[in-house]
Structure formats: structure tokens, C-alpha cells
Design a protein around this ligand. Structure first.
Ligand SMILES: [Fe+2]
Length: 223
């Protein structure tokens, strides 16, 4: 496990005045992100230092279990915020480019996708992750109740909405309507070019996997 030490990244959104989401909220939020980075590095150190021939494996409680589970919480705290902060600071508006094309073909209309993602944002306790599935090329709004729950394998995140209260309570209040106003503000500040870069990378990864024939080979072997 030759991990490099993670370092908090800088994001253009912090040099801009966002529409509706205050600087104070962003600055406080960044402190949480720095905390995840610190804990990722701490977990990695512990995982690297275990003597796996001696350490206890136990499903009820064991140090190995605890740090392995909490590591995913910390790491996704880093990764989810990396996308969230990365695609704030844009001009917002309607979806554009490849994302708009794909969302329209999947949901029949862009308006329907917007409705679905906003309802997902009211239904999640932590995150909504709009993900592209590397297996079949579909888009889905994953509702995640914490940082590390209920996303699926081979899903590439392309758009991330943080709906934990820390993301909006200061600016919009701790009510369901406050959250809806925050989600509207989120979309007013979204950089669709960033979303499209994520999606284009994911599509390229799918094309690479399709071309390699790895999946077909696995299916043939299983038949
Ligand atoms: Fe957050």
C-alpha cells in the first residue's frame, strides 16, 4: 500500500463571491475537508503499520475493522468534497454539453433530470452523487446518507451535491425549504464545464474498458 500523503487542494471557488453561498460557509466547510485529509493520512499510516500476521480480525470489533471502515469515510470525505468544491464557482444555468445530451437521453428531458436531482437532494441525508456507470453508460442520482454509503462499484461521480447541514444552514436555515433554496443556489454556481470534463473522462474510461474486451472475456469465462 504505497500511498502518498494527501494534501488539501486549492479550488477557484474560494477566490470568488458565490451567489447565495457565503464565504464563511465555504471557509468553515474547507476546514472539514482539511480534517478528512488529515484522517485519511492517519488511517493510511495505521493500516501500513499493522502486523497482519498478528493482528486480530474480528467482525464485532477489531482495530483492523474499525480503521478499514472509517478509512472509507475519511477518503470519501476527501473525494466527495474534491468534486463539490471543484465544480463550484461557475456560471450555473442549464446543463450544457455532453452532460446535457446524456441526461436528456436518459430522462427524456433535461427538466425531468433537474426535477429528479432536486428531489434526490431533498431525500438524502448526506450527499447526492450523480454518477456515470462504467458498465452500461447510464446516469443515476445516488442518494448517500453518509459519505461512504450506497454508491456502487464502477460508478464515476460527475456531479456532487453536499446536503449535509453544514453546507447550507448558515445561509439558508435548517429547514426543508432552506435546503431547497440552497440546492437552487448550488446550481446557480455550478461550473458545467467541470461536470462535462468529469463525464468525458468517465466515458473515455468506459470506451477503454469496452475496447480491451475484459468484460466480454469475463462473461464468456462465466458462461
Ligand atoms: Fe461537506
Amino acid at each position: 500500500m504505497p500511498w502518498d500523503e494527501l494534501k488539501p487542494r486549492q479550488f477557484p471557488a474560494f477566490d470568488k463571491e458565490l451567489d447565495g453561498i457565503s464565504k464563511q460557509t465555504m471557509e468553515d466547510h474547507y476546514k472539514l475537508y482539511e480534517g478528512y485529509v488529515k484522517k485519511v493520512n492517519e488511517c493510511r499510516k495505521v493500516l501500513n503499520e499493522f502486523d497482519y500476521s498478528e493482528i486480530e480480525g474480528n467482525q464485532v470489533f477489531s482495530d483492523l475493522r474499525a480503521v478499514s471502515v472509517d478509512y472509507t469515510f475519511a477518503l470519501l470525505g476527501y473525494k466527495n468534497h474534491d468534486l463539490y468544491f471543484g465544480h463550484l464557482g461557475g456560471e450555473g444555468g442549464d446543463a450544457t454539453g455532453r452532460f446535457a445530451e446524456l441526461a436528456e437521453s436518459e430522462f427524456n428531458s433535461l427538466g425531468k433530470w433537474f426535477d429528479s436531482v432536486k428531489k434526490a437532494a431533498s431525500s438524502a441525508r448526506g450527499w447526492v452523487m450523480v454518477g456515470y456507470d462504467l458498465n452500461d453508460g447510464s446516469l443515476f442520482n445516488y442518494i448517500m446518507d453518509t459519505q461512504n454509503l450506497w454508491a456502487v462499484y464502477n460508478m464515476c461521480p460527475v456531479l456532487a451535491i453536499d446536503v449535509y447541514e453544514h453546507a447550507y444552514v448558515r445561509d439558508f436555515g435548517a429547514t426543508p425549504d432552506g435546503r431547497k433554496e440552497y440546492v437552487e443556489a448550488f446550481f446557480r454556481n455550478l461550473d458545467w464545464d467541470h461536470v462535462n470534463r468529469q463525464l468525458i473522462q468517465a466515458e473515455a474510461a468506459k470506451q477503454g474498458a469496452d475496447k480491451s474486451g475484459a468484460r466480454e472475456g469475463a462473461e464468456k469465462a462465466a458462461a
